[in-house]
Design a protein around this ligand. Structure first.
Ligand code: ZN
Length: 387
């Protein structure tokens, strides 16, 4: 990305999905629509998403995850040995159903709508995870492309479920070996096909650090015996480093946010990045893509100790609100961050995607475009000052 300007503007991943697209996703899932028929619908939606980002001034585009049911469940279509299960179905296997129901209610999670890929057999590659998405993007834009992938820790943790997965993989760590190998191969293939930026999503790390003693979460039905958070974080670091070891020629990032499934701020997790940064900075990746616009993310001073250790994908707008952040506010936030990071280490993005789960857009297409536009406007001002 030699000609990328300072403060590159990018997205975290998802874009709101249209009703037509969600209907097509469901029909494909039910076997009423072939993949080719589905792709016809999805191609059109991705094109719209690409054009909207280009028009807004986004420098590094994603395909809006339009072909995915959500940011990790799509693995089911791409890998063998996994089965898509609704969280409500998993309740039947849960060791403490009443407790899990209570957690889901408290978190404002629709258990009937959210699905998890659950490992039921040895996993293998049916096809690349996102190489088809990249190929389509490459045909339709000249701008650099970001591909979000589920991180190795999340993919392992969210898909290993006791009573279903342990027949093949006695422990999550056993599954992790296969997950790491698959992700490594994928990143290398994406790089070789011209992807500039791969982002590994690890949102459940927030649950590990900031979640209360809740035993199970919707994304991580598999944390029945909550272990020491530092053990979990160390595992996440080890898996990330095994996944990216020795890979060069592509920008890598890790995305962490405190939840993007509900507009109710009170049910989303709160706390600054202090407890997490010692681990995130040990990861062999270029960029930390972090939710920072919401006050729940806490103070930016936590970066002082880690200044310039990594690039930062700085969350400057909240994807879940109905108001548009003023350009001056974004510029001021970036100036605050410039105390801890050099200008060429700062990328600008929203806190998270605009439609994490297919059935739960957190905003409209129009609002997503407007929010990206103000980020791009802020970048123009910042470039004038710092280039
Ligand atoms: Zn997120």
């Amino acid at each position: 990305m030699a000609d990328t300007p300072l403060f590159p503007v990018t997205v975290v991943g998802s874009w709101p999905r249209s009703t037509e697209l969600v209907r097509a996703l469901r029909r494909k899932e039910a076997g009423e629509m072939t993949l080719a028929e589905f792709n016809q619908v999805a191609d059109g939606e991705v094109l719209e998403c690409i054009r909207a980002q280009e028009a807004a001034g986004v420098d590094i585009l994603s395909d809006g995850e339009q072909r995915r049911d959500n940011f990790y469940s799509f693995a089911v279509d791409k890998l063998t040995g996994m089965q898509l299960m609704k969280v409500s179905e998993l309740l039947d296997y849960s060791t403490d159903r009443a407790r899990m129901e209570e957690v889901l209610r408290a978190l404002d999670v629709p258990s009937f709508a959210i699905k998890s890929p659950i490992v039921v057999d040895r996993i293998g590659k049916r096809q690349g995870l996102a190489q088809d998405e990249l190929a389509f993007m490459r045909e339709h834009t000249d701008r650099p492309i970001k591909i979000p992938l589920p991180g190795p820790y999340m993919l392992t943790r969210s898909s290993w479920f006791e009573g279903l997965s342990d027949k093949v993989y006695p422990a999550p760590e056993d599954l992790a070996e296969d997950v790491v190998a698959i992700l490594r191969e994928e990143i290398i293939a994406l790089r070789d096909q011209g992807c500039e930026f791969v982002q590994l999503d690890e949102p459940i790390l927030s649950q590990v650090v900031f979640g209360e003693e809740s035993t199970e979460t919707f994304m991580c039905a598999a944390l029945p015996n909550r272990r020491d958070p530092s053990d979990e974080l160390e595992l996440a670091v080890r898996l990330m480093n095994e996944t990216t070891a020795g890979i060069t020629g592509i920008r890598t990032g890790v995305h962490v946010c405190r939840g993007n499934w509900s507009r109710r701020e009170d049910v989303l997790l709160t706390g600054n990045y202090g407890p997490m940064l010692p681990y995130l900075t040990q990861m062999n990746i270029d960029q930390l893509v972090l939710e920072c616009a919401t006050p729940r993310a806490g103070e930016m001073e936590v970066f002082k100790e880690y200044s310039n250790e990594k690039e930062i994908g700085f969350g400057v707008v909240n994807p879940r609100t109905d108001d548009i952040e003023p350009v001056e506010q974004i510029v001021a936030r970036v100036k605050e961050l410039l105390q801890y990071f050099d200008a060429d280490k700062i990328y600008l993005n929203p806190d998270c995607g605009f439609g994490t789960f297919a059935e739960r857009n957190v905003n409209t297409h129009e609002m997503a475009a407007r929010k990206m536009k103000v980020i791009a406007d802020a970048a123009v001002q910042l470039r004038a000052e710092y280039s």
